[in-house]
Structure formats: C-alpha cells, structure tokens
Design a protein around this ligand. Sequence first.
Ligand code: NI
Length: 384
Amino acid sequence: MKRKIIFLLILFLLSGVSGFCAFAADEIPKITYDLCSVNTGWNGTSANGQAILLPDGRYATAFRAALSEQSGSAQLGVRYQVNLSGIGWLHEAEGGRKTGFSGGIAPIEAIRISLYNSDASKYDVYYSVYQNQAWTAWTKNGETAGTEGKGLQVEGVRARIVPAGSAAPSEHIVDPDAPMVALTFDDGPRAQTTARVLDALEAAGGRATFFMVGKNAAKAENAAVIQRMTEMGCALGNHTYDHVDLKKTAEADAKKQIQKTSDAVKAAGGSPTTLLRPPYGSTDAQTKKIAGALGYPVILWNVDTLDWKTKNTANTVKTILDNVQDGDIILMHDIYEQTAEAAEQVIPELVRRGYQLVTVPEMAAARGISLAPGSAYGKIKANR
Ligand code: NI
C-alpha cells in the first residue's frame, strides 16, 4: 500500500515536472532593446514591442538588443546591425553589445535585426523604427527598417519576437507586464483641437478613448477627426447626444440620447461606440441598467485633470505627471486649446517614462478584465 502511494507520488511529480518543461519551451522569447542618443545617453530598455521614442530633437547614435525570458532549452540568439549616416552598415553585433557610437554624433539611419541558432526557424523577429515623424512599416528577419542615405535619422525603435509565420504585429501591441495608462477625452469632437490630440498620439504611437457628445459628432466639420480616431485604433465612446445628466433623464430619453450619439458617430464614418461615460460622471443603478440594456460598460476615471475648470496647460500637465500610475484612467476634454497643448506635452513625456498609451478596452484586455455591460469601471487594476 505504502509503495503504491510512493509510486503514485513519483508519477505525479514526474507529470508535473514534464508539464512545466513543455510550458517553458512554448514560451515565446522576448527581445529587449535600447537606443543611445547624443547628450542623453542610453534611453532605458524596452521589450516585447513596446516603443522607445527619444526626446524631441534627439536621434539615435547607438543600438543594442538582447533576449530575455528565454526558456533553458531554447537555442536562440539575436544579431543586429546599424547603418550610420555617412558611414554605412557597421558589422553585426549580438548579445546586448552595442553597435554604433554611444559618444558619437553620426545618426543611425536604418537598423536590421535577425535571429540565429538552432531555434531561429521557430520564430520571426519584427521591428520598425521611428523616422521622419512616423513609424516605418514592420520589417522582419534581417530586412532593413529605415531609409539609407537620405539623411533621415532614427528617433525610435520597437521590436517583437513572434512564432514563425505569424502575421506582422498589429500597430497596437500592448505588453501586459509593462505600465500603461488610458487617456480619455470627453465632450468633443472639435475638429481643430481634437486633431492636435490625435497628432500627438500618432507621433507617440499611442491611442486614447474619446467620449463624444452626439451633437458634436453630427457636425460635418468633425467627420474627419472621427474617421481618424477609428483608423488609429482609438476607442470611440458615448457621452450622450446633448450632454445630459442621465440620473435626471427618463429612461426612454436616456436610451435615445445614447442611441442617437452612436448613430451620429457611425454616420460620420466612425466605428460604433462601445463604451459609455455619463456626463458629469453622474451614474446610479438606473444609468447602469440602461447602459447594460444597450450593451455599454460605464467608464469613469481615477485621475481628474480639471482641465475644463482651470483651462491652464501647465496645471493639466502637472496634475497628470505628478499623479500618473499604472492602470490610471485620466480625464480630459479635447475641446479646449489648453488641453490640446497639454496633450502635446504630456503624451510624449508619458511614453518617455515608459507608459503605454492605450484605450480603455486595450487596458482591460491586457489586465484580464472583461468590461461587462452595465458595470462601472474607474482605475483598471491587474486581475491577477
Ligand atoms: Ni462631459
């Protein structure tokens, strides 16, 4: 009897151990990378598709990459090469060693990254660089990212390893293990100021969530920014048609307010609104019931910039940068010049500080939270 128990115990342990090994071998290795720029030095490592974007006016002169979180059994290495302005392609480097000149001034114009060793055929490495105010298309496995010989400098980089044959990463990679914030903008759209917010987001490779007022979405002059939000992968939210206090609105009228807004956004060429933010954050059991019936989760916030009240750029910037934490939902209003200006300052700074700028649904998905219609959400904490 005793022997049988020991035998079963050994069997159990063996199955447990072999199960663990199989899991580790399935794990996709992560690539880490860093850029060095004149005066500011190494930026700080990013990984797994998360963008490095150098501060304004800076460009890269050296690059390094390595693999992390690799299972013990994987036989994989990473090699990389940079093209320096006026010099051309340097020799390949590997294993975290720098290539280019950390004290030099010649800008990197292009980068190539490839995998080697016996497991290299199991994976593709995708990468792209930020150049001429935009991300280049994803390239892979030793192809050139960037333009050689045109004097265009590399100002950012992102890279990711995927199983061989996988599609190129979407433009919207979210690393669930890295910090993220959801910027949210209410009361718009307003063509000119919303476009400035979108410009800043696009330049930083970020997205945001826009809770639109239906009557603004219905204005012909605002159709272009709504289409752009959709193309950029921003989340389109509903803030009622006339900015009404839903707690003081009869059920049938409240539903009309939400429905009409969704219709206006769609008519403007936007994707249907999928999230509700009640004006004034005014929400009760009835509001949630209505939201639930129409399929909307109710999205509140946990950092209030009070931008509508102060109309002060510096104040809005300070409120965000002094308070920002992983998982925050930050409230702003994209109808004010001062907020557009604050967004232009704060968006690149948040990226520099290592935050991913994601939509509310992206943040929820990355944190393992499903946004349930009729439930209200503020800060999104990890559900692990
Ligand atoms: Ni509002």
